[in-house]
Ligand binder design. Sequence first.
Ligand code: EPZ
Length: 430
Amino acid sequence: MEQYAISGGNPLVGEVEIGGAKNAALPILAASLMTDETVLIENMPDVRDTNILLGAMEGIGAHVERIDRHTVKMNAALVHDLYMDGDSLRKIRASYYFLGALLGRFKKATVVLPGGCDIGCRAIDQHIKGFKALGASVQISHGMITASAERLVGSHIYLDIASVGATINILMAAALAEGRTILENAAKEPHVVDLANFLNSMGADIKGAGTDVIRIRGVEKLHRTEYTIIPDQIEAGTFLFAAAATRGDVTVKNVIPKHLESISAKLVEIGCQVWESDDAVRVAASGELGHTYVKTLAYPGFPTDMQPQIVVMLGLSGGTSIVTESIFENRFRYVEELIRMGANIKVEGNTAIIDGVSRYTGASINAPDLRAGAALVIAALAAEGSSVVDDIRYIERGYEDFHLKLQKLGAKIEKVQSERELRKFALKTG
Ligand code: EPZ
């Protein structure tokens, strides 16, 4: 089993190139099935989740050609199967995007019910409500969900929760429905906007993405396009917090600084220096950092996908910080591991009360999910001594070359596969 071996205590210093946003890439891949013409996508992150979706698309007859590591050409003219099952697909949340995409184009789809990171109950009632409002019938049986319709007809839909997944699924189905859909209380995340821009580049008529009311005028057909995915706001934020936690100096390049505002604001608030340019953000930290209060919120609030990383950073800052998770009900499971590294954190319900300590100490730890896994790597990089991080398959779902990018910033981290490799790493790093 692959693990990260880490020898901590070095500040991260240097520049890191940020890849395409995983959470934009996933719906964009699914939406590529909505046309029978060829689609070219650039800045596609080469991570486990995108590769699983690409494999599933080939499985139903789409032609996928990798032009280079981050450019994919696809043609879904010969899609012959509207039934999508499979072990790997079952494990990822984004499999449900095939429902909206295939329902839009073929008016029918059956997809395995989604899994994904174990961070809460993760209902899909709002997706179902949206499909039904467009005239589809939806059935769940034997772990599969089927949506089908004679015709899809535009509707006025109010989401009870501004769900990212439901907004995206409804956008896709409504793009090829008859007439006009108005989606209220829509999610405003950058990846929702990116998906809407992608669909518009294929001939869809979607207005208002990025606000909480999205208007979609259904079109008959979508056509070929070439599209570049936005940079990954969460990957960038993860490196910025890693820089602060290790008291380093890191520039994230190829980013949209506006998407990082809630993250940069917290860094400034606790005493880091932050510089922004057109497509880069630099953070430098030294000495004792201060405390703060954080509540995760939908965009443009502080992202839930950065919650574990900020907790790890605040665990090494002075004073008492309070972090409240308001999106998912089970996203503090990693705190147990952090306590084993010397953190002083108490979780009460959906709030973590963090009394900063001056150092963490290395330990053997498990990555419980994607973002918590990345956060524990940050803790290990900042810690005194050596750590081993297990279950890194979760981290690889959403971070491309995580350990290689960290190495370039001076981190002592390696991916190891055996006791022997682990011993070799220990000898090398002293
Ligand atoms: C997306 O998940 C992201 N996943 C998550 O990324 C991210 O944490 C989340 O949005 C919030 O920003 C992908 O893009 C693949 P939601 P999603 O629907 O769409 C409740 C990562 O680390 N809800 O906005 O599943 C739900 O239970 C991750 O990259 C309903 O009650 O998020 C949750 O509490 C993990 N009914 C809240 O809404 C519904 O029908 C937000 O979920 C839908 C959601």
